[in-house]
Design a protein around this ligand. Structure first.
Ligand code: AP5
Length: 218
């Protein structure tokens, strides 16, 4: 299956994508993770995208699409993938349609996870993540068993530079999925809205129910 997770920053796309990818044995493709890794390694891509991310702005489509297409060529992504944080623009959606159509495939569902702004700010200000394995925590709702250490690999947890309050405000202003992107998937009958303000387990349950419905229907 090819599933797309859409939604404003901090609604739980990464948390849910990891759970669902594991459950469905699909690749988890997150453009934000790919960009952060490039910045961490100081690659040419990292140098190009770092400033956009620090300012809370979208990386230009051309660079984002090229990064996504390269990741899609890796063997683990051939059968199916969970796209987390991609596409964010209509141009990106069209590029993904084209890439999948080139292999006789199409996205199965676009799942829009939303939550109120005050909940998003609460989540992002308390987020911690493991740079080694990518696991995501929250100091109140998803705390690690040992303070500052990853439950999965024992790595030291860190906070993201773009989770500073002033950058979060800008990301919330600029990075809501645009209406034309939602309309693109609505027209195809693939857009499903999920209440992301619920507890993690309830969001996962609703996502899996929507996915199961599509599998039964198709
Ligand atoms: P990206 O990494 O994609 O960031 P984002 O979309 O802003 O989303 P986040 O990762 O901040 O949040 P999330 O929805 O994954 O929530 P999470 O699960 O972590 O992008 C970063 C940057 O890269 C962008 O600003 C842009 O510059 C660039 N970029 C990336 N993709 C791009 C694209 N396609 N085009 C252009 N530029 C692009 O959860 C957040 C917190 O809440 C965690 O602490 C978690 O534990 C907690 N939590 C999660 N769910 C719940 C719940 N149900 N209840 C309570 N707490 C919860």
């Amino acid at each position: 299956m090819h599933l797309i997770l859409l939604g404003p920053p901090g609604t739980g796309k990464g948390t849910q994508a990891k759970l669902i990818a594991e459950k469905l044995n699909a690749a988890h493709i997150a453009t934000g993770d790919l960009f952060r890794e490039a910045v961490r390694q100081g690659t040419e891509l990292g140098k190009q995208v770092g400033a956009y991310m620090e300012r809370g702005e979208l990386v230009p489509d051309e660079l984002t699409i090229a990064t996504l297409l390269e990741r899609m060529r890796q063997p683990d992504a051939r059968e199916g993938a969970i796209f987390d944080g991609f596409p964010r623009t209509l141009q990106q959606a069209r590029a993904l349609d084209e890439a999948l159509a080139g292999h006789g495939m199409a996205a199965d569902l676009a799942l829009l996870i939303d939550a109120p702004d005050d909940e998003i700010v609460r989540r992002l200000s308390g987020r911690w993540l493991c740079p080694a394995c990518g696991r995501i925590f929250h100091e109140v709702s998803q705390p690690p068993k040992q303070e500052q250490l990853c439950d999965g690999c024992g790595g030291e947890l860190m906070q993201r530079d773009d989770d500073k309050p002033e950058v979060v405000r800008k990301r919330l202003e600029q990075q809501r999925p645009p209406e034309e992107l939602l309309a693109h998937y609505r027209k195809q009958g693939k857009l499903v809205e999920i209440d992301g303000a619920q507890e993690v387990e309830a969001v996962t349950r609703d996502l899996l129910a929507a996915i199961e419905k599509t599998t039964v229907v198709s």
